[in-house]
Design a protein. Structure first.
Length: 448
């Protein structure tokens, strides 16, 4: 928590699919736009003419205009309907883990007042790219709606908000229940009780918010706010363009799961293999495993069992070994990255990007951020297979950062490299939409 910070939230009149016309919501929901592959986009298009993918990732030539037309027509047809009263929406996602077992993540959806990052009230934790920000800004201008919520984190060890909303949900029926193709189930409750909303507002007053997913959409919302400030001669701060829809998840919720995001490197400047080996040995202890099925299982098991800092896996094209790399001395990173905070310097992903990719393999930061050389995946076996089959020159396997590490980096005012985290499961798009009606005003958030 930062002294003097305040995160202001508000209820809103959500737009939802009309279950009288769309009884099977599984046909119209979708993952977030930035994890939808072209193949998945095609499947979602075939599922329903009303699938939300047509809004969040439209493929028409005039896609922004197309989204605006579709969004308006779906409302006119009452495919999408807007709630009569402002509410917050309590969301439960139940999901299975890859290694077995099941978890439930709880959170709530509400409006949050948009803040400049310099205020310290809302903070990013990852770097962003110009292209996606411009795309999401143009989409926001076209449809004037938050089509999917930003995923935000706050810390509340006592779980007061989740407990309160769970108790309230036990007294009312869910507004909707839906299962997606991945086997996850969602239940959503509409909470309109003014006293409960006020209690949630009180509890959220002094919390730092950290953007977990949706950095590009948040920065697009900042640009959208500034655009309408310029268009208006005067503004009070209560206009709807000063707010955006967020999903709030507690970092202390045992259902919050962070998966690692592994790296595939398609190419890097030529370097003799022996020199690469020498450079790695100079900085790391190397623990080799043979590139066999048994070797891969042992390699991944040892890597996941480590859970130590500066501990990551690697596979290079033409090398018959999988390697676990353990930094010999943290002073190596202290010398190499003096300008960043200890919290950021201690992360495995920083060791990878700064020491291995930049210093040893010669990939400058700009090249790393372009998206042409480095790709990302949560599937470690697929990443290793891509190197074994010659599609890429190197793969790096990471353990996920812990929530407290992410918060510490954010509090230090710094950002992690792009795609450092994968919050699982992703939020489902199509549950709730926030319409930005410029003729309305957000209710005063003063809490008695």
């Amino acid at each position: 928590m930062i002294e003097g910070t305040m995160s202001r939230i508000a209820p809103f009149r959500g737009i939802l699919y009309n279950q009288k016309k769309i009884p099977d919501l599984s046909q119209v929901i979708a993952p977030p736009y930035d994890v939808i592959t072209p193949e998945a986009q095609e499947r979602l298009y075939r599922k329903s003419p009303y699938n939300v993918v047509r809004l969040i990732l439209n493929r028409d030539p005039d896609r922004y205009e197309s989204v605006a037309r579709l969004f308006q027509s779906w409302q006119s047809e009452e495919i999408l309907v807007r709630d009569e009263a402002p509410a917050i929406y309590f969301l439960s996602q139940r999901f299975k883990l890859k290694e077995g077992g099941e978890k439930e993540r709880q959170g709530f959806i509400a409006l949050a007042r948009i803040e400049d990052f310099s205020s310290g009230k809302i903070r990013p934790h990852e770097m962003t790219l110009a292209g996606p920000k411009e795309d999401r800004f143009r989409l926001l201008l076209a449809c004037q709606a938050n089509l999917s919520p930003i995923f935000a984190l706050y810390s509340q060890p006592k779980q007061t908000i989740n407990r309160m909303l769970t108790e309230h949900a036990e007294t009312i029926a869910p507004l909707l229940q839906v299962h997606n193709d991945g086997g996850e189930s969602c239940r959503l409750w509409r909470v309109t009780d003014p006293e409960i909303i006020r209690q949630v507002q009180r509890e959220m007053e002094d919390h730092l918010l950290l953007i977990a997913d949706g950095h590009h959409r948040y920065e697009a919302a900042l640009n959208f706010r500034d655009h309408w400030r310029r268009e208006r001669a005067t503004w009070s701060g209560q206009e709807p363009f000063h707010y955006l829809m967020m999903y709030f998840s507690n970092t202390d919720d045992p259902g919050l799961v962070i998966l690692p995001t592994h790296r595939l490197v398609k190419d890097f400047p030529p370097i003799p293999f022996q020199r690469l080996e020498d450079e790695l040995q100079r900085c790391f202890y190397l623990e080799p495993y043979p590139k066999t099925r048994a070797g891969q299982r042992s390699f991944l098991s040892a890597l996941k069992g480590g859970r130590r800092r500066h501990f990551l896996g690697a596979s290079f094209k033409g090398d018959p070994r999988y390697l676990i790399l353990r930094l010999k001395n943290k002073r190596i990173m202290q010398r190499l990255a003096q300008e960043i905070s200890p919290a950021l310097r201690e992360l495995d992903v920083t060791t990878l990007h700064r020491l291995i990719l930049e210093h040893i393999l010669g990939l400058k930061p700009e090249a790393q951020r372009q998206g042409e050389i480095i790709s990302y995946s949560e599937d470690e076996e697929a990443v290793l297979r891509a190197v074994d089959e010659g599609e890429c020159r190197a793969a790096f396997i990471l353990n996920p950062p812990r929530p407290e590490e992410i918060l510490t980096v954010a509090r230090a005012g710094e950002k992690m490299p792009q795609k450092s985290t994968y919050f699982y499961p992703k939020l489902i798009s199509g549950l709730v939409i926030n319409k930005i009606d410029l003729d309305e005003e957000i209710a005063d958030l003063t809490v008695p």
